[in-house]
Design a protein around this ligand. Structure first.
Ligand code: AHG
Ligand code: MN
Ligand code: MN
Ligand code: MN
Length: 327
């Protein structure tokens, strides 16, 4: 059963969440409120991005735990999402790409954990190319009345209660799943509302475009190199803009495959399991696609560290199956 059935395009996100609340008898509204809190922060970050000026563009001047130079908007987005989740009261702990340790919100009786990439595609911030936010939501395993634990944060992707992304592009879109299909909402700034614009998203079983950084080709596993050669023989298009969320969203709607494989330079690749691979893998599967590390299903992987990286191959089922044959 998909969430979107029986709700017309143009339904607001609030009404959509409320309406779906009825379908979850066990739910007592916290997850719904948490989704609203994410949407609130998304509106604020969307506004910051749309008016990038000298106060919000350029380097922040620090390096994050990933060894990346933080951009000012990385930090601004991180602060906005943490503040919205802390004030919303539904989250006891947050894992963020931009913070080495678990962020404890002080909401010690809250039921949920959020793993997030507050700003994905940072290299594109100052050149007006689409960027995004990625998030995964987990139910805490530990008892209430205390801070969220490391074990709460290191759950498999199959344990996500919800996952989504925001794409700050020509329009700002929120796409999410709670395990009952994937639905997309487009933000109307003049009204301050997200409206259902892409109900029941399904990724085409096959596609004719592939996304990867071919500059690293020589370091890819041989199987991936052979698959890329196959794509060229089939005259597929190469589409890669350096923002995972934007490349993933295009492939989700049109069919295609994105991969950031491990390489001889870095066997685990670049992307982070908790807040990039897992949330998008949940969405891909809910939309009828797949996500692997080349062979193994992403959602089955047991995380052992907050910022661990893993190779990612994600998109149309038939393309993923083809890659598996080459590995
Ligand atoms: P982030 O900006 O959150 O660090 O993620 C960037 C990721 C992903 O969005 C993108 O597809 C990839 O890094 C680009 O990496 P390369 O520049 O190595 O291709
Ligand atoms: Mn980064
Ligand atoms: Mn990212
Ligand atoms: Mn990021």
């Amino acid at each position: 059963m998909n969430d979107a059935l029986a709700l017309p395009v143009g339904t607001t996100l609030d009404r959509f969440i409320m309406r779906k609340q009825e379908d979850f008898p066990y739910a007592t509204g916290e997850l719904s409120q948490l989704l609203r809190d994410m949407a609130l922060a998304a509106k604020i970050v969307s506004r910051e991005i749309s008016r990038v000026d000298q106060d919000t563009s350029g380097k922040f001047g620090k390096t994050n735990v990933q060894g990346e130079e933080q951009q000012k908007l990385d930090v601004i987005a991180n602060i906005r999402f943490i503040r919205a989740l802390r004030n919303g009261g539904e989250v006891c702990a947050i894992v963020s790409e931009e913070d080495e340790d678990i962020i404890h919100t002080g909401n010690q009786n809250a039921k949920y954990i959020v793993a997030m990439d507050p700003l994905d595609g940072s290299s594109n911030i100052d050149v007006n190319i689409p960027i995004g936010t990625i998030f995964g939501i987990y139910r805490r395993l530990s008892e209430g009345g205390q801070d969220g634990t490391l074990e709460d944060c290191l759950q498999k992707g199959t344990q996500q209660a919800a996952a989504g992304y925001i794409l700050y592009g020509a329009s700002t879109m929120l796409v999410y799943t709670t395990g009952r299909g994937v639905n997309g909402f487009t933000y109307e700034p003049s009204l301050g509302e997200f409206f259902l614009s892409h109900p029941d998203i399904k990724i085409p079983k096959n596609g004719k475009q592939y996304s990867c950084n071919e500059a690293n080709m020589g370091h890819f596993p041989l199987g991936i190199q052979n698959y890329i050669a196959f794509c060229k023989e089939q005259k597929y298009s190469s589409r890669y803009i350096g923002s995972l969320v934007a490349d993933f969203h295009r492939n989700l709607l049109k069919g295609g495959i994105y991969f950031y494989p491990g390489s001889s330079k870095n066997t685990a690749g670049k992307l982070r399991l908790l807040y990039e691979c897992n949330p998008l893998a949940f969405i891909a599967e809910q939309a009828g696609g797949q996500a692997t590390d080349g062979v193994e299903r992403i959602l089955d992987k047991q995380p052992s560290a907050l910022h661990e990286r893993c190779p990612l191959v994600i998109g149309s089922t038939e393309m993923i199956e083809k890659v598996r044959k080459y590995m």
